[in-house]
Design a protein around this ligand. Structure first.
Ligand code: GLP
Length: 261
């Protein structure tokens, strides 16, 4: 059993160590986060990478594309698993996370299509697809490095407040606030799906390393609660305090509510 699992069972009280890097601006964050991931891939070309979507990692992906084109960063043996996908929108819909990943990374680097895994929000049997996703992650030895963003309500992946820490990949219902936040990518809020398939919190916590990214003052509350507040399912990202290997990259806005000494 891992220490964080012992903790949620009340056996282990100590909160573990996190490395927090406050960047001067978004560009610095993008570059440093990309370097962190690139270093893993350079050291181990077969790295299993967990990938996130949303606005936050777009700049990091641009840097990775740049490293591929100009420095020969080789994705040919890397295996990727995305955190989540909406239920019910076609893969070629511009707002699907399949399309997002193609546009922002996969179409521009030498990743093997066979090594790309994204939850299937179109399966006729969503539950079975979730089980298979979970099994596939296990079959490649687990995720080596997981990239995460954070929602305004502290969600990670699409694991909304109240999600049990031992959840695995499943169909989840999106909160009104998450649908509102993500409506900026759609024509209207009515077009934002009500459900998604998301890796679970346990799935995420089993990654060997986690890299959490947050940009902008609108994320400051969520980040302060996640890193310095109580570990609670009310703030899903707070579970990361129990992970033994987390690196956090924030810009000054997202780090502006961290406690000062
Ligand atoms: C989305 C995604 C998350 C992402 C978060 C923040 O709903 N499911 O994986 O981290 O919300 O998104 P953004 O980076 O656009 O603020």
């Amino acid at each position: 059993m891992l220490k964080w699992e012992e903790y949620i069972m009340g056996k282990y009280k100590e909160v573990l160590f996190m490395k927090i890097i406050i960047c001067a601006n978004e560009q610095e964050l993008d570059r440093k986060a990309a370097e962190e991931l690139a270093n893993h891939i350079r050291r181990n070309p077969d790295t299993v990478v967990g990938l996130a979507t949303g606005g936050t990692p777009v700049g990091m992906y641009k840097q990775l594309i740049d490293m591929h084109k100009n420095e020969g960063l080789d994705f040919s043996r890397a295996i990727t698993f995305n955190l989540d996908e909406y239920v019910g929108i076609p893969y070629d819909h511009p707002c699907s996370y399949h399309a997002y990943m193609n546009d922002n990374l996969f179409d521009h680097v030498n990743i093997s299509r066979d090594n790309i895994n994204i939850p299937d929000g179109l399966s006729e049997s969503l539950e079975q697809a979730c089980t298979e996703y979970e099994e596939k992650i296990k079959s490649v030895g687990g995720i080596d490095i997981q990239i995460l963003g954070i929602g305004h309500n502290g969600h990670i992946g699409f694991n909304e407040p109240g999600t049990p820490f031992d959840s695995i990949t499943s169909v989840v219902e999106l909160t009104a606030s998450t649908r509102e936040a993500n409506s900026r990518f759609f024509d209207s809020i009515d077009d934002v799906p009500t459900h998604a398939v998301s890796m679970g919190i346990k799935t995420i916590m089993h990654a060997k390393k986690i890299v959490l990214l947050a940009k902008g003052a609108d994320k400051a509350d969520a980040m302060a609660k996640a890193l310095y507040g109580p570990v609670t399912t009310d703030v899903p990202a707070s579970v990361l305090q129990l992970h033994p290997n987390v690196t956090v990259f924030v810009d000054e806005g997202a780090g502006s509510k961290f406690p000062t000494k």
